[in-house]
Design a protein around this ligand. Sequence first.
Ligand code: GDP
Ligand code: MG
Length: 380
Amino acid sequence: MRLSELATSQKGTITRVHGSGAFRKRIMEMGFVRGKNVEVIRNAPLLDPVEYRIMGYNVSLRRKEAWLVEVIPGEEYRIETEPYFTTGNSVQTPLNSIGNGKTINVALVGNPNSGKTSLFNQASGAHERTGNYSGVTIDARETTIHHKGFRINLTDLPGTYSITEYTPEELFVRTRLLEGKPDVVINVVDASNLERNLYLTTQLIEMNVRVIIALNMYDELQKSGARLNYDDLGSLMGTPVVPTVAVRGRGIIDLLNRVIEVFSGTDTVARPVRINYGKTVEASIEVLDTGIKKNGGAPDGMPSRYLAVKLLEGDRAVTSMLRSNPALASLPGLAGSERSMLAKSFGEEADSVMADARYGFIAGALAETMTPGKNAADRA
Ligand code: GDP
Ligand code: MG
């Protein structure tokens, strides 16, 4: 959000200064630079000037000048101002030492246009690093945020509708989650299109990653007149839900606080939830899951149920991974016969039956927690 939008006595942290030339220089010389805390002393709506306290003294800015300064509300927020890779002798004084400098690796995952980049930019003050990973040309942007004494490494992964294997982006995200093993995944969802967006969430839940839902575009949800009990939705999905309006920086501090709670294991909502595929499919999953466990278990600490589900869906990446693993090479064949059995009994492929079950899980959770707004019909 903009500095001019902070109310009297609100505090904020500067993430970016817009404008150019003499104005920019002047305002920066006054101390309005990235990472600094600012407090509003007096902001009378529509009146100029607005009075601020920054770096220990009071200054007045015209409203339109203050509008050029981007801030995040809250003061317990410090942006990395040092190089991304700091050496042991760097001077970093956490605002609050509960984290003791511990690092939390966080990945941002979500559908295209869910607001991931906006969230990333607000959280990082748009001062990211771009990295290329091992022969892949898809970019993941990274930044480091200091919050409550924790060092939060945030990675913005490419937007995907699903985490299967249909596009290079999907495979990239999947590999980053399974092999990179982030401590916490922030799943950015478009609150105005939950049914669609939560599909990806069901896949994350199955991967056994620790997920927090950033219920983004919360402003749009409210505008539509829809009502959502997001705490209940979170409980049903075993996933904390934090409403955000990424473009305005709202909810970002809450989100970071929740990251710390989930990481520290003190969150009361986060728990493993199992998506139930119904008796027949569950029986096939069980066959494969048992097969994996009997043959030495899933490689790299991946959840065996996840592999069983993927095998049953005929996922090629998982199938070929298991084929090349001597202990588990018989599993794809076993999955093949389970698949044909399911196809016979349902009259459609197992993967469609399973996708339906995921949408059923979502529909069930939304039916209990959401009252659609007036625009719901347009979206259906
Ligand atoms: P990404 O594709 O997930 O990286 O999404 P972007 O961050 O590029 O955002 C997509 C569009 O949604 C942009 O036009 C943003 O300005 C807008 N947007 C992002 N967050 C919000 C939000 O919380 N509320 C509203 N109303 N718009 C948002
Ligand atoms: Mg983006």
